[in-house]
Design a protein around this ligand. Structure first.
Ligand code: HEC
Length: 190
């Protein structure tokens, strides 16, 4: 190897080293730096933006309202005009898992006789999920509206495997029907 070749090789090795060390230093200088403020702020949902657009109500089975809160309020507003007879036929979907006659032994889900205003997860002899037991409160019309809109979104971890009813008006009708399943039917909001 002559002097010239040696210089070339040494030069190449040095250049490679410089590249490695330089890159490493550059990376070290830049990692661990988190910007104090995110580049842009996502808008927080407000009552206005959370509302579904008119006419978008649950077409093609898509959940109509963006949040369980909005869904609950929307359904309560529809109760005054709800049709319990139609609710009874929609209830066939529920019947796969729920009985609704007074005193009847629960099947897959708890017996729904008297469910409106009943404290959650309290039907005797039914084994509820931890999530349902932890939720607390009563099955008010609004809470039923939230839950039936999208059970898993309202109570993550519920063992009610049901995607939710397709439209707020179906929900209102079913809830109006549930209100009749009691010794003294629960009056609907006017
Ligand atoms: C695939 C079975 C299934 C279907 C279909 C179903 N449910 Fe349920 N439901 C359950 C189960 C299981 C639970 C208990 C959930 C838990 O413990 O997390 C439940 C719980 C409930 C509760 C809470 C009751 C309580 O005692 O706290 C209500 C209300 C309810 N369902 C209403 C309905 C309605 C109304 C429909 C029809 C629109 C329906 N469910 C369809 C299985 C089902």
């Amino acid at each position: 190897m002559n002097q010239f070749e040696f210089t070339k090789i040494a030069g190449a090795v040095l250049a490679a080293l410089l590249l490695i060390v330089g890159t490493k230093t550059f990376i070290e200088m830049n990692v661990g730096q988190t910007p104090e403020k995110p580049g842009f702020q996502l808008p927080a949902p407000t009552a206005e933006t959370a509302k579904p657009a008119d006419g978008a109500a649950g077409e093609a089975g898509a959940p109509a309202a963006a949040t369980p809160e909005a869904a609950g309020k929307e359904v309560v507003a529809l109760l005054a005009k709800a049709n319990a007879e139609n609710g009874k036929s929609i209830f066939k979907k529920c019947h796969a898992c729920h009985v609704s006659e007074k005193g009847k032994t629960p099947t897959v889900g708890p017996n729904l006789w008297g469910v409106v205003n009943r404290p959650k997860a309290t039907y005797p002899g039914f084994s509820y999920s931890e999530a349902m037991k932890a939720k607390g409160g009563d099955w008010s019309f609004e809470e039923l509206g939230r839950f039936l809109h999208n059970p898993k979104a309202d109570i993550p971890g519920t063992k009610m495997v049901f995607t939710g009813l397709p439209t707020p008006s179906d929900e209102a009708d079913v809830i109006a029907y549930l209100a009749t399943l009691a010794d003294t039917p629960v009056p609907l909001p006017k």
